[in-house]
Design a protein around this ligand. Structure first.
Ligand code: TPP
Ligand code: MG
Length: 279
């Protein structure tokens, strides 16, 4: 997909994330805005996944390990046609299947996640299974930087390099913030690239909001034949809404009416600016 179209989609997705969180009065706002550019590039420009092929063995696999940011995944899946977008008006309401973490009851969702540290281990198993099946399927996950404190990730990383799973790609949403404080304060990751390389992965850094760079990197996998790929995506929690960016309380903050209108006005301005550049 053309980068300009991806840019438009990302701004529109941000508006939808806020719309449904505002309506539900619940959600993980900051982390969803942090990963929506990555999700849009994956679903619209990289992965072979659609409502038509979802049950086929040769399609790609995506499991969102940082399941709490499910609102971003919901709007991207709705845009791909997995379910009607209006369904999201029931987000987090009594009896709705659209709960605050991914579940397999939603069309397009491969695996339940939300307990941090599960996505990568499951993906490593799926990547090994694809190799054994001689399938071309690639397997992708998005991890949070706080989530990297879970030991299960590091076990999965040893497993993936041992089995030379170069059909596996992990993307780190490196927004430097967790739920209560910064990553550096709670559990520092640095030097993360050297640690990942020591675990046998091929590693690169990208700007996680640069759609062009994301597209080029994710479309030229594996980074190295015979090794799983780890993309360290430098991101901003709350990206796109200036008063939310890098502010801890928006981890699961819900905007007031005034804040919601302000955020939508800012995103509308970004859309207008994009249209002017494209003319
Ligand atoms: C095993 C486990 N412990 C704690 C939580 C609660 N929790 C949800 S999100 C989160 C912070 C995760 O931080 P990060 O991975 O950086 O994601 P971000 O907040 O940046 O979206 C925590 C501790 C959880 N979901 N699972
Ligand atoms: Mg984080």
């Amino acid at each position: 997909m053309h980068i300009a179209e991806l840019k438009r989609k990302s701004i529109e997705s941000r508006k939808k994330i806020l719309k449904y969180i505002y309506n539900a009065k619940a959600g993980h706002t900051g982390g969803s805005l942090s990963i929506v550019d990555i999700l849009n590039v994956l679903y619209n420009d990289v992965m072979n996944i659609s409502p038509e092929n979802f049950n086929s063995k040769n399609k790609d696999v995506f499991i969102q390990s940082k399941g709490h940011s499910v609102e971003a995944l919901y709007v991207v899946l709705a845009d791909k046609g997995f379910f009607p977008e209006e369904d999201l008006l029931s987000l987090c309401q009594y009896n709705s299947p659209y709960i605050g973490h991914p579940t397999k009851s939603i069309p397009g969702i491969e695996q339940n996640t939300g307990g941090l540290g599960h996505g990568l281990p499951i993906c490593a198993g799926a990547a090994l299974a694809a190799k054994k099946d001689n399938s071309d399927a690639k397997v992708f996950t998005i991890l949070g930087d706080g989530e990297m404190a879970e030991g299960s990730n590091w076990e999965a990383m040893m497993f993936a390099s041992h089995y030379k799973l170069d059909n596996l790609c992990a993307i780190l949403d490196y927004n430097k913030l967790q739920i209560t404080a910064s990553n550096a304060d709670v559990m520092g990751l640095e030097p993360i690239d050297k640690k990942l390389e020591a675990f046998g992965w091929a590693v690169t850094h990208v700007d996680g909001h640069d759609l062009d760079e994301l597209s080029k990197t994710l479309n030229s996998l594996p980074l190295e034949n015979g090794k799983p790929s780890f993309i360290i995506a430098h991101t901003t929690k709350g990206k796109g809404v200036s008063y939310m960016e890098n502010v801890l309380k928006w981890h699961h903050g819900v905007p007031t009416e005034e804040q919601y209108n302000l955020a939508i006005a800012e995103l509308d301005l970004q859309l207008q600016e994009l249209e002017t550049v494209l003319k």
